[in-house]
Ligand binder design. Structure first.
Ligand code: NDP
Length: 451
């Protein structure tokens, strides 16, 4: 049996198999890094894999808060501090009813390798709560964030652990969390990133993940000798931070982004999405995508109840490049075959692990370009790291400065992933390239730091 096979077997016995998505993420990495483990016995000698798949600690706490009817509500909060070999734990907070320890372990594990790929001094972590921000008033959000930070502040700090946003946590929530941290600790420090610009946020943090995914794709297509995105039809899923800014950057470079989705349905506008209207619906009104067709009657809205069986409507739209930017496992094997049949040439994961393992395998076996999340969506955490640098130096960089640095980081990640894949005999496979390059750097640091 191969090294990868041996390693997977070993972890099958572990109770981590109960955490489905965590196991899925771990299995992918183990399958990729076989050539690295075979190339140098030190990674086995120092039991890097065994040490890397167990978080340094998982903090779980109760969050009690008062809703607008003065009724007491109880949620669960988490912070998974996974690995700090390369720098302080760094990774977002997710507020969504589906949040549990397994999901946060999967996201934290991915974050270790993603942060490693940026080349910046940041370790990996993730956190959040099963709190559902949907339908809550601003005051309820504020009260929840305050209660959450009352517990979380004990475990974080600018050189310890620096959380950021994720699904359900944007500038508003980060602002409330920061305000509470400041009140409790009397310390004005860069303990969170994704802060509003007015008090320490970096310009371009909101745009960074979506823009970064497009910069990565441009570089990947160039390396692989494919046609550029200019003038090409692109499909995007999601209608949140990552999706909106991916659409924005695609439009800026002359591509035609024709779709977006939310948890209720898919919107398709063959003339290209009206981004100003979409932002108004999602950011100002926090309403359903169905509102869009009241203005643009020629666009098509498909509610999830009408999706083709076993598939998602958005991946059945013919396109040159696809950008899944909503959530994990939103693109399955049937979706992958629909994309392939319709002539898609490139898939870029803006969301974390949006493709199922079967979808990834189908895409790779048909030789499409495939940009895995931990490389393609690293732009967000890269600019978060820039925010930490600006906070530490008490300075502000311009939008253009941050944008230029982001572009360079994304191009460097892409080049490094491509070269690593080539070096380890899997040329063109960006999944293996990203896993090997990300793992190697963390592993070398862990070995250097001792056990
Ligand atoms: P947002 O909360 O801003 O948006 C998420 C979008 O995805 C919304 O349109 C939401 O729909 C949709 N969505 C969420 N859950 C589901 C679901 N179960 N089924 C269908 N649609 C769903 O999050 P972000 O844009 O920030 O994050 C999107 C993805 O990108 C996540 O995987 C996140 O981990 C990843 N990511 C984000 C980064 C960032 O900088 N924000 C950085 C790196 C990765 P609705 O509006 O109906 O809720």
């Amino acid at each position: 049996m191969s090294i990868a096979g041996d390693e997977i077997k070993k972890f099958e016995k572990d109770d981590c198999k109960q955490d489905d998505v965590f196991y899925q993420a771990m299995e992918e990495v183990i399958c990729s890094i076989g050539p690295l483990l075979e190339s140098d016995p030190k990674y086995k000698k120092y039991a890097i894999l065994e040490r890397l798949v167990v978080p340094d600690r998982v903090i779980k706490f109760k969050v009690t808060w008062l809703d607008d009817n003065n009724e007491i509500q109880v949620n669960t909060g988490f912070r998974v501090q996974f690995n700090n070999a390369l720098g302080p734990y760094k990774g977002g907070l997710r507020f969504h009813p589906t949040v549990n320890e397994g999901i946060l372990k999967f996201l934290g594990f991915e974050q270790i390798l993603k942060n490693s790929l940026t080349g910046l001094p940041i370790g990996g972590g993730k956190g959040g709560s099963d709190f559902n921000p949907k339908g809550k008033s601003d005051f309820e959000i504020m009260k929840f964030c305050s209660a959450f930070m009352t517990e979380l502040h004990k475990y974080i700090g600018p050189r310890i652990d620096v959380p950021a946003g994720d699904i359900g946590v944007g500038g508003r929530e980060i602002g409330f969390l920061f305000g509470e941290y400041k009140k409790i600790t009397s310390s004005y420090e860069g303990v969170l990133t994704g802060k509003p610009f007015v008090f320490g946020g970096s310009l371009m943090r909101p745009e960074a993940t979506g823009y970064g995914a497009v910069y990565f794709t441009q570089k990947m297509l160039e390396i692989e000798g494919k046609e550029s995105l200019e003038g090409k039809i692109c499909t995007v899923s999601g209608a949140g931070n990552v999706a909106l800014h991916a659409i924005e950057k695609l439009q800026q470079i002359g591509a035609i982004a024709v779709s977006c989705t939310d948890s209720k349905g898919t919107l398709y506008d063959s003339r290209g999405v009206d981004l100003a209207l979409l932002k108004d619906i999602k950011l100002n009104r926090r309403a359903s995508l169905e509102e869009y067709i009241k203005v643009h009657e020629s666009a098509k809205y498909t509610p999830i109840a009408e999706y083709p069986e076993g598939a998602h409507a958005v991946w059945d739209i013919p396109c040159y490049a696809a950008f899944p930017c909503a959530t994990q496992n939103e693109l399955n094997e049937t979706d992958a075959h629909n994309l392939i049949t319709n002539g898609c040439e490139s898939v870029t994961e803006g969301a974390n692990m949006p493709s199922t393992p079967e979808a990834t395998a189908a895409i790779l076996s048909h030789n499409l370009c495939f940009a895995p999340a931990k490389a393609a969506n690293a732009g967000g955490v890269a600019v978060s790291s820039f925010e930490m640098s600006q906070n530490a130096a008490m300075t502000k960089w311009t939008f253009e400065e941050v944008d230029e640095k982001l572009k360079i980081v994304m191009q460097q990640i892409c080049t490094r992933v491509a070269l690593t894949a080539k070096d380890y005999g899997v040329e063109g496979n960006y999944v293996d390239g990203a896993n090997i390059a990300g793992f190697k750097k963390v592993a070398d640091a862990m070995i250097a730091e001792g056990i």
